[in-house]
Design a protein around this ligand. Sequence first.
Ligand code: GLC
Length: 552
Amino acid sequence: MTHTTPGNEWWRTAVIYQIYPRSFADSNGDGIGDIPGITDRLSALQNLGVDAIWLSPFYTSPQNDAGYDVADYTDVDPLFGTLSDFDRMLDRAHELGLRVIIDLVPNHSSSAHPWFQEALASPPGSEARARYIFRDGRGSDGELPPNNWQSVFGSPAWTRTTNTDGTPGQWYLHLFDSSQPDFDWNNPWVHEQFRSILRFWLDRGVDGFRVDVAHGLYKADGLPDWTPPREAGSMGGSLENNQTPPFFGQPGVHTVYRDWHTIFASYEGDRVLCAEAWVEPLSQLALWVRPDEMHQAFNFSYLTTGWSACAVRKIVDDSIAAFSAVGAPSTWVLSNHDVVRHASRLALTADNPQGDGIGPRSPGLPDATVGLRRARAASALMLALPGSAYIYQGEELGLPEVIDLPDSARQDPTWFRNNGKRYGRDGCRVPIPWEADTPAYGFNSTGKSWLPQPDDWSALARSAQERVEGSTLELYRAALRLRREYSLGSTQLRWLAEYPDNVTAFEVGNVRVLTNFGTVPHRLPEGEVLLRSSGTAGESLLPESTVWMRAM
Ligand code: GLC
């Protein structure tokens, strides 16, 4: 059986499931998920009804940023297995009709990458240094960083090197952790390396790439100082008042994606490039998916929209308008490995910039019941929208953010670079539960887990939700089945006017989708109910719930 849409451009309507390898399934019991673990569990994803999977990085890496610090772009880290394990996983996914997208990290490498090690060992002005962004410091002895940029994870974005004779040397730029030096994309050598990396994986048969920090890569000439318009703390230093930071969204990035587009065009099949670009407004983001560039871009403006009918109506309209202006589908996404899971986020009462996470001392902590109810309603709404949707592993189980991780267990560099002031992203990365009442909830058979799992996850385990009416897993499964049956991904959306302000109401194809953002129930129109995110047959449109009905 195959789930993939035959014909061209499957990605326009696909539901793509994000696997975070270290937390998905652990075959060798060392507490860190791996590729054979993924292979073993792929049929569960086919059963769920997704079209494709996207794997976060599994490349050779010191794991300072959970693999987003790559030391070899064309090999698998022994933690996760081998290249043959990867090939087997890819074959198995294809057998099951699942496409496979992998992560590409072109903005920076690991400081352990031989290219960077060679740069450190070479003198200023050398070819090896010109692959990265090395500069002399300011001040009389070069003791001050070359400019005032702050890393996305907090603290200065520059680290000073030590010369081979022990004296202080030049500085290098890292928009993220100091173990993630930025490449200099003005250097054609860098372009050439990434062309071969793309080809290496395309030749192996991958169906596409999610491109990490796809708004980075180029930095403004002269690396001018920049002060963000508001407190930094988001994954992208998002652009308020349309102010473009000199390190994000520079025009040069588009030349790279046009080049990659031509490489993709030379391959058989329908391969996809999806941009992780934290830029606003949506009209800016749409530049990444013009017809000769990438195919998809994560819609983070949608992800960051709060629990409000009015805000959701507006962002859906704005998204469809901005993406259709360039002929691209919108993507929809509510959770990933960088943000507080939406089963918690949608009930937060205090501001929480994306990437900051929440922990026991955070203000405005969410009510778990409210959070899950809203998350189910929001997911049911999202899965009806035209375009492509991304699901993050565990959201189909209704997993909340793990808030009470002990400080000693935290591993996100954000936590360390801010002396614990920002909790970071560990709470959404805890290994997921497969089986109730077994060691590590079936994540492995030894009970080890690189981040501790909560004691009360048995009820959320996949085994406890399979075939259980009303479970979050069955809600997702039903939504995906109906989405396919009614071709919702490829139909037009039409708003219905006759509903109160706090109810969003639209039709897609033959399905009417109603979401009650308010606190009182609403009467449902006559007709056949296809799906409901809460409540049982015969009930009205309950507060904080979504209902799909057959359109009249
Ligand atoms: C992206 C990744 C994030 C990582 C960062 C640096 O935002 O999603 O997890 O920390 O890039 O590579």
